[in-house]
Unconditional design. Structure first.
Length: 254
């Protein structure tokens, strides 16, 4: 391939870190990341360096410029060890977009409006070619809780949803309840685990609130209830999850 799939990409910088999608899978998932590096040039070099053993299909810089590095038909190496809706080879079924932002380790600035406009346009362009359902437009942190935090709580998922990208409901306002947390063991924990699992998160139903569940709740909050990310399943978190499941069912005509 010598030209990008997307006409929005102004640069084609092929990465060597690619391979065919397993079993001929067509992409039906879109995963958004931040670069977590101080400069976009450094991120681009890393994503196209054979030694790095990582890649993504697209990179969006802070000024909104889009670079394509992997053809959409190919398997990029962006998801790592991850899980969603029972699947573990997410690289074979997904398209990965890296969005330049230094990330939590380097001050975690806001995503500029011009960058968000470019991300929105690129997502819509990809969706015009691939039938990706809203429930499979995800954060890296959704598919790798505890291991990844990107693109993080400052990323504007609501904006994308207004453009028809991804699943979103208005988060239930914060309250003053403590909610569920590590060490709790009861039916409310079981219901929480089942709800998160139904949405797609890699959660085991054990009725015990352990470190793993706390990390999944943090991931959920970063994406769907970003006002407070603390890993505790308060009323706001649980009711926002219930709203999302209802919205998903309605969209599916269930």
């Amino acid at each position: 391939m010598t030209a990008p799939d997307s006409t929005l990409a102004t640069q084609w910088r092929p990465s060597p870190n690619i391979e065919p999608r397993c079993e001929g899978r067509a992409p039906d998932m879109l995963v958004l990341h931040y670069t977590g590096m101080e400069s976009c040039d450094a991120a681009l070099d890393w994503l196209t360096c054979e030694e790095a053993k990582v890649s993504a299909h697209y990179l969006v810089d802070e000024d909104g410029r889009i670079t394509q590095m992997v053809a959409e038909e190919m398997r990029a190496w962006h998801a790592g060890q991850s899980r969603w809706a029972g699947e573990t080879d997410l690289n074979s079924c997904s398209i990965g977009i890296e969005i330049h932002n230094p990330g939590h380790e380097f001050g975690y600035p806001e995503f500029p409006d011009v960058q968000m406009k470019a991300v929105e346009a690129l997502c819509l362009d990809i969706l015009s070619r691939h039938p990706i359902p809203p429930t499979r437009i995800l954060a890296h942190s959704d598919i790798a809780p505890g291991r990844k935090r990107d693109p993080g709580e400052r990323f504007d998922w609501e904006r994308l949803a207004r453009a028809g990208i991804g699943l979103w409901v208005a988060p239930v306002p914060l309250g003053d309840d403590e909610g569920l947390g590590q060490g709790d063991e009861n039916e409310a924990v079981t219901a929480l685990q089942r709800g998160l699992q139904e949405l797609g998160y890699g959660v085991e139903v054990t009725s015990t609130y352990g470190k793993g569940l706390e990390q999944v709740v943090e991931a959920f909050q970063r994406h769907f209830r970003p006002a407070r990310v603390d890993g505790r399943a308060d009323r706001s978190t649980c009711e926002t999850l219930a709203r999302l499941l209802a919205a998903r069912a309605e969209a599916a005509g269930v």
